[in-house]
Design a protein around this ligand. Structure first.
Ligand SMILES: [Zn+2]
Length: 217
């Protein structure tokens, strides 16, 4: 099965995608991780993406699509994936539709997480990421002692430089311009599972599972 987790930055896509990946034993594919891996493996696409990101530029659709397509065709993705952070633009969504036809994808679930703007800013400014296992936490939920609750790494939690209020507002503007049309597009063409992301992590997760099961019937 394929699950696409949609929503604004800071809504909890990564956390929920991770839980869904474990529940359905399919890989969690995050665009950020894929771009980092592609660079680590020094693939041509990865090097080009890194060059753009390090200059503060966006990675163009065709580059992201190329890397995602390479990944979806890997053996580990045969039974499906949970996509997080993709598609981010309408051209990406339309290309993905074509790829789903090519892959003969049947079970596709679109999860749309919603949270108010103020809550998003509050969450992102208190966000910490683990250097070692890439888990993301909020200081609202964990102790601020630098220790990762997932892998136990000491001093492995860091504050992303792009998690300042100014940058967050810019990212939210980009989300409204580029990604909101994707959500509207899916709302018109497919069944969108909308879940209130302002609940606790456990309740958001439970809501998603309940609604996925209801959609399956
Ligand atoms: Zn960790």
């Amino acid at each position: 099965m394929f699950v696409i987790v949609l929503g604004a930055p800071g809504v909890g896509k990564g956390t929920q995608a991770n839980l869904l990946s474990q529940a359905f034993t399919i890989p969690h594919i995050s665009t950020g991780d894929i771009l980092r891996d592609a660079y680590k493996n020094q693939t041509q696409l990865g090097i080009e993406a890194h060059r753009l990101i390090s200059k503060g530029n966006f990675v163009p659709d065709e580059l992201v699509i190329g890397i995602i397509k390479e990944t979806l065709l890997e053996d580990r993705c045969t039974n499906g994936v949970v996509l997080d952070g993709f598609p981010r633009t309408l051209p990406q969504a339309k290309t993905l539709d074509a790829l789903f036809i090519e892959l003969n994808t049947k079970d596709l679930f679109l999860v749309n997480l919603t949270v108010g703007d103020e809550e998003i800013i509050r969450r992102l400014t208190s966000r910490r990421t683990c250097h070692d296992c890439h888990s993301v936490f909020s200081l609202i939920e964990i102790e601020d002692d630098g220790k990762c609750p997932i892998c136990g790494g000491e001093n492995s939690l860091f504050h992303r430089s792009d998690d300042t209020e100014e940058v967050i507002k810019k990212r939210m503007g980009i989300f409204e311009n580029q990604t909101l049309p994707v959500i509207n597009y899916y709302d018109e063409t497919r069944t969108l599972i909308t879940v209130d992301g302002a609940q606790t992590i456990a309740n958001v997760y439970q809501d998603i599972i309940t609604k996925i099961n209801a959609t399956k019937l």
